[in-house]
Design a protein around this ligand. Structure first.
Ligand code: GDP
Length: 139
């Protein structure tokens, strides 16, 4: 059965452009509840750990620099079929390929500065939720 939780981050590009509010609005309108949320800035070692799966990719260093360049909003979102439904809501990694009406189509600047993160599996949703939040930060 598909899981009920996913992990999102509103990335530094979207925070810098004052788009936290409109992005959270789209998330709520799509039926996701906020289970945990924080406004924070990743350290270099935290960003390296979060994106460790990409460490062999040529853009890894650039991605870590981008994700530590300013504050982010991290949140655990709750909904049935959360991972798949949230990936649909955010759209393709490259905003040039993102469907109309998706968060990345509306707010992303580039394939890297693409406004939001969304977990890609139930397993990673759990790992990423545990990365950002303790049990007493979840409601
Ligand atoms: P996602 O699951 O849609 O976020 O995409 P990936 O897991 O493939 O990549 C993780 C993140 O790395 C993306 O959201 C982008 O911020 C960044 N990224 C992906 N592909 C590229 C690329 O070709 N170049 C750069 N600079 N960044 C990329």
């Amino acid at each position: 059965m598909a899981g009920s939780y996913t992990l999102t981050m509103i990335k530094p590009d979207a925070v810098a452009k004052n788009n936290i509010g409109p992005i959270l609005g789209m998330i709520n309108e799509a039926g996701f509840k906020i289970k945990a949320m924080k406004y924070t800035q990743l350290t270099k070692s935290q960003a390296q750990e979060f994106y460790a799966v990409h460490k062999e990719r040529p853009f890894y260093g650039e991605l870590v620099d981008f994700m530590t360049s300013g504050p982010i909003v991290a949140a655990i979102l709750e909904k049935s079929n959360a991972v798949e439904d949230f990936r649909k809501l955010i759209g393709a990694t490259n905003p040039a390929d993102a469907a109309e009406g998706t968060i990345r189509k509306r707010f992303a600047e580039s394939i890297q500065n693409n406004a939001v993160h969304g977990s890609d599996s139930d397993e990673n949703a759990k790992i990423e939720g545990d990365f950002h939040f303790s049990m007493c930060e979840r409601f």
